[in-house]
Design a protein around this ligand. Structure first.
Ligand code: FNR
Length: 354
């Protein structure tokens, strides 16, 4: 019999080979909003500057290659390609869960992206917040950060995924006081990130009182972990539950707006189904500091570094165009631009609030 595939390899295979994203409709909520077009932008396209500073690091655009992988030879090769692409484009890079490094230090090389791409401007480390209930403490967090030269640490929040995952780590009690106690001493800024169900107002209010630098929304609309885990499980009940909760959570656009309102002074990274630069622009106008994109860049990186670079550069070009057409010379200008709800003109004049 063949051994069961490593969990990270099976996640990569399912994400790459199966449809695990919402195929239709407007699951992120960005489709219901438009940026106000300005036919007199009073600006030259060449003047548009997509550069920004995130966590004190200069990026060519407010963009991060989202947290995905590490821990196996295949995952290590994907990290190498993703990191080279991020470095070449001057954008941020987030590692996938480093949990495996704790159990098996020999996997460190599969996360060593600074060695593969020394020019990476910003690297996020990653581990599940729930691991604080499974033996991970401050020394482990500090080691994970130091071993890869991370500039910040994403603690991921994935209760839905763990609930469906075979043998998932589902003891989510008492994480708030643990995060409160540990975060100031990790040595780098800590962010809390969801993985595809979004951060709601209820969650953001809890995060407001924690000593963390910010959040990554990972709202509903992109890769669905409930879906991926339902494809992996052999348990018919878990599979049914996974399918039932595929669309559970807060759409990305709503999560970004909520996080910005509740957490006015923290970093908000928008993610979850962001697929183009126009959606990045809308996320920034809703208050995000930057956006993270995961699965589309992984798909491209599976082909080549060049393909991954092309996806990132296409997204940046779309963002630049949206900035030009809204008269936004800088990312700070874009943050002040208006988003207008799409009106249903078919509803006729009575559908118009004026
Ligand atoms: C992920 N994601 C993720 N997140 C995290 O915090 N730790 C992890 O280890 C992983 N692993 C992972 C593997 C793969 C193959 C994918 C596609 C994604 C979640 C990711 O960072 C992001 O939050 C969601 O995928 C939503 O973004 P996209 O994919 O819709 O752009």
């Amino acid at each position: 019999t063949t051994p069961p595939p490593d969990r990270k390899d099976s996640h990569l295979a399912l994400a790459l080979e199966r449809g695990v994203e919402f195929p239709d409709g407007d699951p992120t909520g960005f489709g219901a909003l438009r940026l106000d077009h300005d036919a007199l932008p009073e600006l030259d396209l060449d003047e548009v500057d997509t550069g920004t500073t995130l966590l004190g690091k200069r990026l060519a655009a407010p963009l991060v290659v989202g947290a995905m992988t590490g821990g196996t030879p295949r995952a290590g090769e994907m990290n190498r390609r993703l990191a080279l692409a991020a470095a070449r484009c001057g954008v941020g890079f987030a590692l996938g869960s480093q949990r495996k490094m704790l159990a098996d230090p020999s996997t460190r090389a599969t996360y060593a992206v600074r060695e593969a791409a020394p020019d990476l401007p910003l690297v996020f480390g990653n581990v599940g917040a729930v691991q604080l209930n499974y033996g991970v403490g401050l020394p482990e967090l500090r080691r994970l950060v130091a071993d890869v030269g991370a500039d910040a640490l994403n603690l991921h929040l994935n209760p839905l995924q763990e609930a469906i995952q075979p043998g998932g780590d589902t003891r989510f009690s008492s994480l708030v006081p643990k995060i409160r106690a540990l975060a100031p001493d990790v040595g780098v800024p800590v962010l809390l990130k969801e993985v595809g169900s979004g951060i709601s107002e209820t969650t953001a209010l809890k995060i407001r009182d924690l000593p963390v630098a910010g959040v990554e929304t990972a709202g509903v609309g992109g890769t669905s972990w409930s879906w991926i885990e339902s494809l992996r499980t052999a348990d018919p009940v878990k599979r049914a539950v996974g399918e039932r909760f595929t669309r559970w959570g807060i759409p990305t656009a709503e999560s970004v707006a909520t996080c910005r309102r509740v957490l006015p002074d923290r970093i908000v990274v928008a993610s979850g189904g962001i697929r183009d630069g126009l959606e990045v622009a809308k996320a920034i106008a809703l208050g995000a500091d930057a956006a993270a994109v995961a699965l589309p860049i992984l798909r491209a990186a599976e082909r080549s570094v060049e393909d991954a670079v092309a996806v990132v550069l296409r997204i940046v070009a779309e963002l630049r165009t949206a900035m030009f057409l809204t008269g936004a010379r800088t990312v700070a200008d874009l943050r002040t631009r208006r988003l207008v709800p799409m009106r249903d003109l078919a509803a006729g004049p009575r559908g118009d609030a004026r």
